[in-house]
Design a protein around this ligand. Sequence first.
Ligand code: DGJ
Length: 392
Amino acid sequence: MNRCYYLLLTLCFNIGLLQAQQKENTSFKPGEIWPDTDGEHINAHGGGVLYHKGTYYWFGEHKTTGRNGNRAMVGVGCYSSKDLNNWKNEGIALQVEEQDTTSDIIKGCIIERPKVVYNNKTKKFVMWFHLELKDQGYSAARTAVAISDTPVGPYTYLKSYRPNGGQWPLNMQEEWKHKTVKEADLKGWTDEWKKEVAEGLFIRRDFDKGQMARDMTVFVDDDGKAYHVHASEENLTLHISELSDDYLSFTGKWTVVAPAGHNEAPAICKYKGKYYMITSGCTGWDPNAARSFVSESIWGSWKALGNPAVGTGADLTFESQSTFILPVAGKKDAFIFMADRWRPKKPIDGRYIWLPLIFEDEKPVIRWQDEWTLESTFGKNKSQALGKADSK
Ligand code: DGJ
């Protein structure tokens, strides 16, 4: 009898546990623990989302516990979802190398802000990410690429480098290319220094070895052309570069945005034919006020629009930093601002700030909400909001 009672109790406990684990998420709760379909807090920081054939795939930095939590000890994580609220852990899409110490992606390196795009011509999934070589701090400043036949991977690592070596940006004036002024000749952060940065001080310095590439994103335009956007020149200036048709390399066509503006964490979307970019300032893991820009062409000129966040908490972007702008599939002009609330002392506990990104007077606007749903924000009919758009 005692044994039966014990078995029944165990069964009830396990069923209860299972039910708790399988509880559906029905809304976005920015900043709270976000349980995946196994009940575990999602581990995909600095992420980006790919929509492909009716499913969303969220790729992000897989953080670990302990003092190396911000280093790549495991790789890039992937989750899938049909509704953007409930995410299934698909495992590690790109694994760090454990044995070959000569590998760029040896365990303990830094992998940040992975973004995956689908190439319609080659039918391959292409992952770009910011890579810092093991034990070199943030000095390598490389971008890296991996490829897969399936969205969830496994991705095969291809190469990493500083892009655009030997190539001048489109908006570099001829006379700037021949200037001889060097960093050592100038005092930092003066107007003169900023002018020299704008006139190519660091571009000339890094011309031969390639331009620095740290915080990044990849944007695919309506015509299928893809662009790599990254913080360069010691994080002073953003670079936008065209990717080759297979998305696996740089074509050498690139431009400079907001020179000496100190922007990182770029995220881009297209709304009513114009390009909008949201960035942050540069304060490490600490939050700061977001910035926004608009341009008629991806090649500029980009005009600053100020902080897109409004209301209480806007001065620190609701304690978060941009990572991606997610177009809601099948719903015209519906965008989600994705950002990270970093927890550098316990990176695995980092939180996700997903908020509606709307446009008011042709400016992007982000307002805080404790809780929100796709339906209440972008339309009542769920099938209207989800599921029709093709993958980009
Ligand atoms: C801010 C960047 O946006 C993050 O991705 C990360 O590189 C931290 N800096 C490191 O301090």
